[in-house]
Write a protein that binds this ligand. Structure first.
Ligand SMILES: NC(=O)c1ccc[n+]([C@@H]2O[C@H](COP(=O)([O-])OP(=O)(O)OC[C@H]3O[C@@H](n4cnc5c(N)ncnc54)[C@H](OP(=O)(O)O)[C@@H]3O)[C@@H](O)[C@H]2O)c1
Length: 434
């Protein structure tokens, strides 16, 4: 099957992540598509000084985006510049040249997306913009396809990672807004001009886009009531805590009988909600449908690789649409062919462990258990025992350092035979992320 050729314009944070994934994950992408994606052209103002990932050999390396959009071999153009000036020219130039476009540009699509989409339709090409909201969370795909059958009533979002990071720092360390902002700027989490992030303008462009996808309406971002986080101080978190709440820059859209309430503003949020646990630079979207009830999506809102995944997934989606044969629609199992496989022997897996014993109390128990663990080269992490429990059926816990499951199972088997065991030990792995 014919390969699809890409032109990447903009090689900053998102462009560099996109190229890394296209280079390092090329074989896996080809297995999913059934054909290859080639990076045929790359462009940025300082392209000559960029180091391209190994394995990429573009035919065209240029500082002039016009050469990319007019290149006869380029099938899809990725606009990864940002802003509404040159980026708009790139997108419209590519469409005029009959190329499909992938963009990460929330500002452009929130303001001009509908008119750009009409131009793309008239030209018979595609526009895809997954990376424009919530970087690494595939929220466009969810709203366009995953839960398209539902009637969405409410949507809440934490859509700006910088402001969420700042609020989390104020809450956890009691620091003042200006101090946290200065630190975030020093660490590169916040821009030198933080207005778009802390005053809510970035979040409101994203909410306008999500509202189109969720409710089928075209909102002008400037019409969304917006308030930033500059006035939030440690004392507000102190009082919020008394109310069992936290404070988030909450993007909200609620459908009522005669329209939609939308806003971006700091709000108290019950600590009992899953949304309250979204901390630091993470993003999340929580939607409530009339039929499917609540669904929740969480992940990194920005960063070269998470956003790069969204761009590459869009490139794959658009590349498939260039192959009209049914075989190149999204395969139901994600890959075009499934390799026969057996799971790895689980005993090889290393995990931390929780061992819960029930014993008849007597001297020497810890000694006997530790000597069995030592025989199997397993180290103890902690021993936990609550006071005043029944000594004839005493529950206590030993946690173990990272150990192979086969050794832990063998040790548990041996421990089960000890005379003071009331029942075989309960062994549970402790999952601490992946
Ligand atoms: N950063 C994120 O995590 C993130 C997440 C989601 C969405 N986005 C969106 O993704 C887009 C790109 O963001 P970014 O953070 O990657 O920006 P960035 O780091 O500033 O990169 C912009 C790139 O565009 C190039 N560029 C600017 N003007 C150009 C021109 N006239 N001709 C050719 N190249 C030009 C720059 O070239 P030089 O390097 O040569 O100057 C740079 O390579 C924006 O729309 C942003 O909103 C970003």
């Amino acid at each position: 099957m014919k390969d699809v050729n890409l032109g990447i314009v903009g090689l900053g944070n998102v462009g560099s992540g996109t190229l890394t994934i296209l280079a390092e994950n090329a074989d896996e992408i080809a297995r999913k598509l059934g054909f290859r994606l080639n990076v045929t052209a790359v462009c940025s103002r300082s392209v000559k000084s960029k180091n391209l990932p190994a394995g990429l050999a573009p035919k065209l390396i240029t500082t002039d985006w016009r050469e990319v959009v007019s290149h006869p071999d380029v099938d899809i153009v990725a606009e990864l510049i940002g802003g509404t000036g040159t980026a708009r020219e790139v997108v419209e130039g590519a469409i005029a040249a009959g190329k499909s476009v992938v963009t990460a540009n929330k500002e452009l699509v929130a303001l001009e997306g509908v008119s750009i989409w009409k131009k793309a339709e008239a030209q018979g090409v595609t526009l895809a913009m997954e990376a424009s909201v919530c970087g690494g969370i595939p929220i466009h795909a969810v709203l366009r396809e995953g839960i398209a059958g539902d009637h969405i009533e409410t949507l809440f979002g934490i859509l700006n990672g910088t402001s969420n990071y700042i609020l989390t720092e104020i809450e956890e360390n009691g620091s003042a807004f200006n101090d946290v902002l200065a630190e975030a700027q020093r660490l590169g989490y916040a821009e030198a001009d933080p207005t778009a992030d802390v005053d809510g303008f970035d979040a409101r462009s994203k909410l306008a886009l999500l509202a189109s996808l969720a409710f089928g309406v075209q909102l002008t971002p400037g019409d969304i009531p917006t308030e930033g986080i500059r006035r939030i101080s440690p004392i507000d978190f102190h009082y919020a805590k008394q109310l069992d709440c936290t404070i988030k820059l909450l993007c909200s859209a609620r459908r009522v009988e005669d329209g939609l309430f939308v806003s971006v503003r700091p709000a108290l949020l019950s600590k009992k909600t899953i949304m309250a646990g979204v901390k630091g630079a993470y993003n999340a979207v929580w939607s409530r449908g009339k039929f499917g009830a609540d669904t929740f999506y969480y992940g990194r809102g920005a960063g070269p690789n998470p956003t790069g995944v969204a761009v590459v997934s869009d490139l794959m989606r658009v590349a498939r649409s260039l192959h009209p044969e049914p075989a190149h629609r999204v395969p139901p199992f994600a890959y075009t062919d499934l390799a026969a496989a057996k799971p790895l022997e689980i005993g090889r897996q290393h995990r931390h462990w929780y061992l819960r014993f029930r014993i008849t109390d007597q001297p020497g128990i810890i000694r006997d258990l530790s000597s069995i663990l030592a025989e199997h080269s397993i180290s103890i992490d902690a021993v936990l025992q609550l006071p005043d429990l029944d000594k004839q059926n005493l529950p206590f816990v030993i946690t173990l350092e990272n150990s192979p499951e086969s050794a832990v199972r063998a040790a548990v088997e041996k421990m089960s035979k000890l005379p003071f065991m009331v029942e075989p030990p309960l062994a549970l792995p402790i999952e601490r992320g992946v």
